[in-house]
Design a binder for this molecule. Structure first.
Ligand code: C2E
Ligand code: MG
Ligand code: MG
Ligand code: MG
Length: 281
């Protein structure tokens, strides 16, 4: 009997793997046409200055609206796009799209909001990455004072010696650099100084415990003190409550983003959020 159960379980496992592989293959097929068919879009999450409560920027977050597979968040398709290399095409699209969007906002007279876009390490490590970015910047007139690239710790701690050069190239193009999900990777603190970073984004796993969890409170306070000493800007991610916001205000965190203010929202909704903000401030 036990043997039969075992065999059944094995077959079940086997079929699940087959279904997974089939779904993956299906997704991959549709994915190849996502950019050409205009199925990718960017949602924008407001970034608020803590001291003033004003809207100062937005993080652009990718979504895939697949006619066949439905609405997909990045965690559902970016890992596969990284495996098959399509992330390079997706990432290039995202950079061009935020530049286009920023220009459109300026033409509408909405103003000059800072916009952050996430990079993948595969994309960053392409030999053609810097020329690609330079090309897009040139397309849009050459002075991207609004633009920040979000990098992860593993991207810049990798054992490649042209990383510093690449980061400097981006800075020379006028792009700001933020270290995303700070504290979750293995940062060597020495690198924080060595690399031309502008902003630390405190990971939401630390913000989550604020203000009651003593460890979380100590870690966030320490990160903020260090950032201040190193002259780095700070954004806390994943702020969901008024209490978290108050803690970050008392510890002089510069900016915050999170569901307490707004989820990432489509462009039309973001416009309304922006207009509403202008009315109150
Ligand atoms: P991330 O860059 O750390 O983005 C923050 C994520 O946290 C977003 O998830 C956002 O919706 C979520 N978030 C924001 N505030 C809160 C909050 O208060 N509570 C909670 N529970 N979550 C919050 P999302 O949009 O699903 O993106 C997930 C990740 O996918 C991003 O993490 C980023 O690493 C990656 N990603 C998104 N867009 C792109 C892109 O264009 N290119 C690349 N390479 N990666 C991207
Ligand atoms: Mg990010
Ligand atoms: Mg993050
Ligand atoms: Mg994250």
């Amino acid at each position: 009997h036990a043997k039969r159960t075992g065999k059944g379980q094995y077959r079940f496992f086997h079929e699940t793997m087959a279904i997974k592989a089939k779904k993956r293959l299906e997704m991959e097929t549709y994915m190849h046409n996502a950019v050409a068919n205009n199925e990718l879009c960017l949602y924008y999450q407001p970034v608020m200055e803590v001291a003033s409560g004003r809207l100062i920027g937005a993080e652009a977050l990718m979504r895939w609206e697949s006619p066949q597979l439905g609405f997909l968040p990045p965690n559902d398709f970016i890992p596969l796009a990284e495996d098959n290399g399509l992330i390079n095409q997706f990432g290039e699209w995202a950079i061009r799209e935020v530049c286009r969007q920023h220009k459109a906002w300026q033409q509408l007279g909405l103003g000059n909001l800072a916009i952050a876009v996430n990079l993948s390490s595969l994309q960053f490590n392409q030999a053609s990455f810097i020329p690609m970015v330079a090309g897009i910047i040139k397309e849009f007139g050459g002075n991207p004072t609004f633009l920040t690239f979000e990098l992860t710790e593993s991207m810049i701690m990798a054992d490649t010696d042209n990383i510093l050069e690449k980061l400097n190239n981006l800075k020379d193009l006028g792009i700001k650099l933020a270290l995303d999900d700070f504290g979750t990777g293995y940062s060597s603190l020495r690198y924080l100084n060595r690399f031309p970073l502008d902003t630390l984004k405190i990971d939401r796993s630390f913000v989550k415990g604020l203000p009651d969890n003593a460890d979380a409170a100590a870690i966030v306070s320490a990160i903020l003190a260090m950032a201040k000493a190193l002259n780095l800007d700070t954004i806390a991610e994943g702020v969901e409550t008024q209490q978290q916001k108050a803690f970050l205000q008392n510890t002089s965190c510069h900016a915050v983003q999170g569901f307490y203010f707004s989820k990432p929202i489509p462009v039309a909704e973001f416009h309304r959020y922006w207009e509403k903000q202008k009315a109150v401030s």
